[in-house]
Design a protein. Structure first.
Length: 334
């Protein structure tokens, strides 16, 4: 084969390889997804004007006014933006939380679909489809608790994942060495107290103070696991370990407002959740809290994870409560 033939053959190979490379890059670009935009608690509703102004839209508006549980001031669970389907393009498709609501007469059934990372990484999308406006009303009432939990828990999960990527290594190591589990704390948290299997970690910022308590004791030294006994147990722990700024003052539970009790699962364990308001007995301080209690029969240990917020100058406290809840839900057994 002559030198000219060799050069022609080499050029042909280079051209073929280049075409394959460009095609591969195009496939990768077509699969690229941006990070979701928006803050935790933000919800984009996509529903056409004609239905948004109908009875079905009114029902949805009322459901969307659900309040964040156990806060000292009234605050909606979600901050809402509504657009029509013909506006749902470009950056709107990358919102963190998207609720699609449509009425389609040609559908075979009414349904709700849940999808993650549809158009962006870290995105949560729910689509509600009904055949008629009347059936949409019934579907929204029936599925709203599930829809609400999908978006709320999605926010908490995303925040917890972000803490695992950027955290205070000193605090991670401290918790892992002191307890049979781990927690991830975002930048800014510091150890405030460490004594007798009780740990107090806090992040003090301009205008807000976020705190986390971690406590563990043998199960046989704890009360029976019901809400009233756990509240009393909580108050005893706080009285011994969390003093106020004035002599003789201490943190406790505010009894003028009800404590919300639920069961929840995270870290592969079933927990009892308490939400309410705390106060400092003998002082003028208070705010919201969330507690998680785990009675682990396999280890014979009772674990208490607690998060609280003190932000008297901040009218909106939901985002701060999401932050401390996300810390607690990074829990994982060692």
């Amino acid at each position: 084969m002559s030198n000219i033939d060799n050069r022609i053959w080499l050029i042909a190979i280079v051209v073929v390889v280049s075409i394959i490379f460009v095609a591969a890059c195009s496939d990768k670009q077509s699969q690229y997804k941006p990070r979701a935009i928006g803050s935790p608690g933000e919800l984009l509703i996509v529903m056409d004007d004609v239905y948004w102004q109908s009875d079905a839209g009114q029902v949805l508006k009322e459901l969307l006014e659900d309040e964040f549980p156990a806060l000292p001031q009234s605050e909606s669970l979600f901050r809402k933006t509504r657009i029509a389907f013909n506006q749902f393009e470009r950056h709107f498709r990358t919102y963190r939380n998207v609720l699609l609501v449509s009425i389609r007469a040609n559908e075979n059934s009414n349904r709700v679909e849940f999808r993650k990372q549809e158009w962006a990484l870290g995105q949560y999308v729910a689509e509600v489809i009904a055949k008629t406006p009347e059936e949409m009303i019934g579907l929204l009432h029936q599925k709203w608790p599930t829809l609400k939990g999908f978006f709320y828990n999605g926010d908490i999960s995303s925040m917890a994942d972000s803490y695992k990527n950027l955290y205070e290594p000193e605090l991670f190591n401290y918790i892992e060495n002191a307890y049979p589990f781990s927690l991830y704390f975002p930048k800014g948290f510091r150890i405030k107290k460490n004594e007798n299997q009780f740990s107090w970690l806090s992040s003090e910022r301009l205008g807000s103070h976020l705190g986390v308590f971690v406590y563990q004791c043998p199960l046989d030294s704890a009360p029976s696991i019901d809400a009233n006994n756990l509240l009393q147990f909580r108050n005893n722990i706080l009285r011994k370990n969390v003093p106020g700024e004035t002599i003789g003052s201490f943190m406790t539970t505010e009894t003028q407002y009800p404590v919300v009790v639920n069961k929840t699962k995270f870290g592969g364990k079933q927990w009892i959740e308490l939400r309410g308001l705390w106060k400092v007995q003998g002082d003028f301080m208070g705010g919201p809290f969330v507690d998680y209690f785990l009675a682990d029969e396999s280890t014979q240990q009772l674990t208490m994870l607690s998060g609280y917020v003190y932000a008297p100058a901040k009218p909106k406290k939901g985002i701060f409560m999401r932050e401390v809840e996300a810390v607690l839900k990074t829990y994982a057994l060692n």
